[in-house]
Design a protein around this ligand. Structure first.
Ligand SMILES: [Zn+2]
Length: 248
C-alpha cells in the first residue's frame, strides 16, 4: 500500500512538473549536479525516461539553419507578472490575465516565465549569460516556449521590478509590488529561430514548439550576477539535434 501511495504522489508531482516546468523541488529529486544531475535524470524515475530516450530534446546548439519565411510573431500580452519565487531550480514568475501568442493559427496562453544562467540553448557553440523561458500552453494541451537571450549591458527596468521582490530563500514566493506586462521584457524586433524540442527539465516532455528571439536584450552585470548567485548554473547541457531543422 505504501508503494502505491508513493507512486501516486510521484505521478501527481510529475504532472505539476509538466504544467510548471521546474515547479517542485520535492519528490522525485533532480538537480543540476552529481547523482541528481542532467546525466542521470532519465534514471531517477520511470516518468523521466524521455530525458535519456527522447529524440527531440532541448536545449540545443543552434548551429545549422534552414532559411525560411517565418511569419511575424504575434504577441498579445495583456496580463501581468504577479509573483516571483526561487523554487530551487529556477527563478519563476507567475502571471495573471490573458497573455496570448498565436503560432500556427493556435492561441497559446502564457503560464509562467523563468530563467537559466547561463543560457541553455547555444548559438553557434556560444552560451549567452542568461536565458528566459516564457512557457505557454494551448487549450489542446500543446506547449510553446519563447526563449529570450540576455547580454550584459544597460540596467533592465522590467527585470528590476521582479528582482525588487525576489527572495533568495527557496520556496518563499512574493507578490510583486509593481506588477508589469511580461512583454516589457521583449525587444522591439521579434525575428526568431524556430525548432521542435522538449522541456529542459524532467520529465523532459517532447512535442514543444520552441521559438528563440534573435535579438538579445540587455541587463546589467549586477542583475545577471545576482540571479546567477541565486540559481547557480541551472542549464541542462545541449542535446543532439538528430533529424531536426532550425528555421531562421
Ligand atoms: Zn526553462
Amino acid at each position: 500500500m505504501r508503494n502505491i501511495v508513493t507512486i501516486m504522489a510521484a505521478a501527481v508531482l510529475s504532472f505539476a512538473g509538466v504544467t510548471g516546468e521546474g515547479h517542485h523541488a520535492d519528490h522525485p529529486h533532480w538537480g543540476y549536479k552529481g547523482k541528481e544531475g542532467p546525466a542521470h535524470w532519465g534514471d531517477i524515475a520511470p516518468e523521466f525516461r524521455l530525458c535519456k530516450e527522447g529524440v527531440n530534446q532541448s536545449p540545443i546548439d543552434m548551429n545549422r539553419f534552414i532559411e525560411a519565411e517565418l511569419p511575424k510573431l504575434k504577441v498579445y500580452y495583456a496580463g501581468n507578472a504577479r509573483s516571483v519565487v526561487n523554487n530551487g531550480h529556477t527563478i519563476k514568475v507567475e502571471t495573471m490575465g490573458k497573455d496570448e501568442v498565436v503560432v500556427d493559427g493556435i492561441p497559446f496562453n502564457l503560464k509562467q516565465f523563468h530563467f537559466h544562467t547561463p543560457s541553455e540553448n547555444k548559438l553557434k557553440g556560444e552560451h549567452f549569460p542568461m536565458e528566459a523561458h516564457f512557457v505557454h500552453q494551448s487549450d489542446g494541451g500543446d506547449y510553446l516556449v519563447i526563449a529570450l537571450m540576455f547580454v550584459e549591458g544597460k540596467h533592465n527596468k522590467a527585470l528590476q521590478k521582479m528582482l525588487n521582490d525576489l527572495s533568495p530563500k527557496v520556496g518563499e514566493k512574493h507578490q510583486l509590488k509593481e506588477m508589469f506586462n511580461p512583454g516589457e521584457l521583449f525587444p522591439k524586433k521579434l525575428d526568431y529561430y524556430r525548432f521542435a524540442g522538449s522541456f529542459t527539465t524532467p520529465p523532459c516532455t517532447e512535442g514543444v514548439r520552441w521559438i528563440v528571439i534573435k535579438q538579445p536584450v540587455e541587463a546589467s552585470k549586477e542583475q545577471i550576477g545576482l540571479m546567477h548567485e541565486i540559481m547557480g548554473d541551472n542549464n541542462r547541457p545541449v542535446q543532439p539535434l538528430k533529424a531536426r531543422c532550425i528555421l531562421k
